[in-house]
Ligand binder design. Structure first.
Ligand code: 3EB
Length: 343
């Protein structure tokens, strides 16, 4: 092997480390270099974020194994911060993030409240150079409050579906998603990542597409795609939607967190294969040391058992997984995992 080849293959192996986008879990907001700017930081913890910055969002989710945690997205590029109505925007060459944060309790008509918030979010996205929604994290208080079609998650799904339809966002344009309940009954945070780069979407063959869930789960189906990949200028960003113990459209193993985790891991495996099929130019997607995951647990007491089983199965280190106390959109579900990988 010539020296040249060695250098090239090292560069390939270290592509993520050297890519302009760095996603990691941290205790603070220290940039990896002076050239890095904050695209988005998710703050997890019971108290408001100590560090104020237009790209910091605090969705009222608590880290289970520590007091405070940031998931930081640093990019080696100029980032412009602006506002559009009640939305905050951080925008760079490859991406924009639109942040909506509201800490009220919206009792009376959650569907129309969410419809309005989503319509404003989509307007803000349209005001950026980045028309394609690639991921939306939705964190809502009181997610399982209310019965039947009045359950807040179902009302949320309906409001989102109406806003998407009005803006011409069809099922094949749906972003990857996360829909998780925060502790307490207040608040709605919507964090939308959009891009002007090529985006490939993938569905999970083990699961019915969420936008095709049958009527029993609510009057309007949840509009999100299962996974995808953004081909940015010097890296690829793989996005995994919140994934739970659902096969077909049915919740599996009600009441058993460990069996639900195992089913979730099978879903993640098959989703990663499906994403690999739509990104044939990339190495096969696996959740390795370039990934950052969020594990949402309905019962924080499950943490030790879940953390050790995850460690055995995925071999990720503790600084790649945020364990968060959150409620899942179906009452019988106890664990959900979402995440990203930068390559
Ligand atoms: C599921 O597969 C679990 O409503 O945006 C996962 C990811 C879930 C996103 C959303 C909901 C959402 O149906 C719940």
């Amino acid at each position: 092997m010539t020296l040249n080849n060695t250098v090239e293959s090292d560069a390939e192996v270290n592509r993520a480390t050297h890519s302009r986008l760095r996603v990691s879990l941290a205790n603070d907001l220290t940039p990896p270099s002076a050239a890095h700017n904050l695209l988005i930081a998710f703050h997890f913890g019971p108290t408001p974020a100590r560090l104020r910055h237009p790209a910091v969002v605090s969705p009222s989710l608590h880290a289970i194994d520590r007091d405070e945690l940031y998931e930081t997205w640093w990019i080696d590029d100029e980032v412009e911060y602006s506002t559009h109505g009640s939305m905050r925007i951080a925008e760079c060459a490859d991406y924009a993030v639109v942040i909506y944060e509201n800490d009220e309790r919206n009792n009376d008509n959650h569907e129309s409240f969410v419809h309005q918030a989503y319509a404003e979010m989509l307007e803000a996205v349209a005001a950026t150079q980045h028309p394609r929604l690639v991921k939306v994290w939705n964190y809502l208080g009181g997610i399982n409050d209310g019965e039947g079609d009045l359950e807040r998650y179902r009302q949320f799904s309906a409001g989102r579906a109406i806003a998407f339809r009005e803006s011409g966002v069809d099922n094949e344009d749906a972003p990857t998603g996360t829909g998780v309940g925060t502790i307490g009954d207040r608040g709605l945070s919507i964090i939308a990542l959009c891009s002007n780069r090529d985006f490939a979407l993938a569905e999970n063959p083990r699961q019915i597409s969420a936008f095709h869930y049958p009527r029993e789960y609510g009057p309007k189906s949840p509009k999100f795609g299962r996974g995808g990949a953004v081909a940015a200028s010097d890296h690829h960003l793989h996005l995994i939607s919140g994934t739970a113990s659902i096969v077909g459209h049915k919740s599996m193993h009600p009441g058993d967190t460990i069996l639900q985790l195992d089913e979730t891991l099978r879903n993640l495996d098959s989703l990663c294969d499906a994403i690999s099929e739509v990104t044939p130019e990339d190495p096969k997607l696996i959740l390795d040391d370039q990934s950052v995951l969020r594990v949402y647990l309905r019962n924080p007491g499950d943490y030790l058992a879940i953390a050790s089983r995850l460690k055995d199965n995925l071999g990720l280190s503790a600084d790649q997984i945020a364990f968060l106390h959150g409620n899942i959109c179906r009452r019988e579900l106890l664990v959900e995992i979402d995440g990203i990988r930068v390559q």
